[in-house]
Design a protein around this ligand. Sequence first.
Ligand code: LMR
Length: 394
Amino acid sequence: MFESLTEQPPDKILMLMQAYKEDPREQKIDLGVGVYKDAEGRTPIMRAVKAAEKQLWEVEETKAYTGLAGDPAFGEALSRLVLGDAVPAGHVAAAATPGGTGACRQGFDMIRMANPDAKVYVSDPTWPNHLSILKHMGIPVVPYRYFDDETRGVDFDGMMVDIGRAGAGDVVLLHGCCHNPTGANLNLTQWQAVVDLLLKTGAVPMIDIAYQGFGDGLEADAEGVRLVASSVPECLIAASCSKNFGIYRERTGLLMAVASDPSRQKLHQQTLNYLNRQNFSFPPDHGARLVTMVLNDDALRADWQAEVEAMRTGMLKLREQLAQELRRLSGSDRFGFIAQHRGMFSRLGATPEQVETMREQHGIYMVGDSRLNIAGLNAKSVPVLAQAIIDAGV
Ligand code: LMR
């Protein structure tokens, strides 16, 4: 039977991760997969997470199942981090999932269950795995204009025209902050305009927020999500703890279904529980427990916030250094957008051939669409990258 299977396209980001590992050159620079690295190229376990892990080892007495939605304390703590007090807790149904990817997957499943004819509008470009999962699930995808190749900013007029075509029963997938792969983000006025449009058309927003704290700060990065959640009748939010808690392999995420009518919360919660049961039963607990401990303990939380803030400002400095170096080498301001972008990524605007040249000649690994992970740089590799960009003729 299984001879009928055909080869599936490999994930480009994960392929790049492997190619980098196999490259024997010492001077290579990894700007591929969205994993935070410090100046020494390490992905450290965050201090507060390590401290929570130690405490947990001492106090945890069982590994018996939690609930289908995970420990409710995790759902409460993480939805508060994302939503603040924008919506009353009684309006939010939440279920823990295996990472932010799991949250996206469960969200798409809930959409399909509610409306098998739903189309999902996605930004062009978006995280490739959004497209891959939607395709795998047979959910029709409609791209909307997002990135302006000229300005390297958001093509907001194009975006509004395109998402204006989504109607009731359709879903508009938005990135909560730190757009992946471009680094170009909506400002609050633009978020408000998106909300007004969605209220007019009746399309349902789903927000993927995987990098809260890496853009303008933990609170500022959540402003768009909070505005949407407090304004529209219903929305889905997929949150990830992989990056801002640095617990990638623990697979820690949360899917939230927010409704302005609290009488719907129960049904939403039951649906999320049901979908978890069908797909993997109980969600992973270890990472979720650590996140809950960090968020609910004043000292751990303060230390975690300080570390996230240091990561964020470190990435901002690298952005500024790179933009400045490119200004010096090119004698122009055409790379100024790198300092304006926010989050882990920027789309450079190089051609696939130029990306290939940088890989071959300089051992610089970035995704083929010229997405670069700023956190893969350090003060020493910035000038190397800047020179390679100029040499490749970008
Ligand atoms: C990325 O975009 O590089 C990250 O979200 C990692 C992944 O799973 O693709």
